[in-house]
Design a protein around this ligand. Sequence first.
Ligand code: THU
Ligand code: ZN
Length: 134
Amino acid sequence: MVTDEELVAAAREACERAYAPYSGYDVGAALLTRDGSVFRGCNVEMVTFTNTIHAESAALGAAVVAGHREFEAVAVASGDRDGVTPCGLCRQTLAELCEAGFRVLCDVGDGIEEWTLDDLLPGAMTGDEVATRE
Ligand code: THU
Ligand code: ZN
C-alpha cells in the first residue's frame, strides 16, 4: 500500500528531474493507480511555452502507456514547496480518466493539503457528454 506521504515523496523526487529553464519553476507529480502502482512526471518546458508538458500530464501519459486507466490519487510538488495545485488544463486532463472523488495531494512543505478533483473542477465536462451523443 502506498501512503500519502510516500506519494508526495515520489512527486518531490520527480520534481528534481524537472526541465524548467525558462520559468525556473520545477514541478513533479506522482500518480497512484487503483492497483497500487505509481507513475511519475515532471514539467518539460519548451522555448515556445505553449507546448510545455506539465508534470501531471507527463505522469498520466506514462501510466496510460503502461496500460493503466484507473486512478486513485495524484501528488503534486513544486521546488518551492508552495502547495502547487494542478493548473486548469491539468484539471481537465485528469478529469478524462479520473473520477470526481479522485484525490489531489499538494505538497505544502510541512504537510499535505488534500483536495478532490471535484473540488478543483466542479461540474467538469466528461467524456460521457460526447461519447453518448447520437
Ligand atoms: N506546471 C506544471 O507542470 N503543472 C501545473 O499544473 C502547473 C504548472 C509547470 C508548467 C511550467 O513549466 C511551470 O510549471 C510554470 O507554469
Ligand atoms: Zn498544468
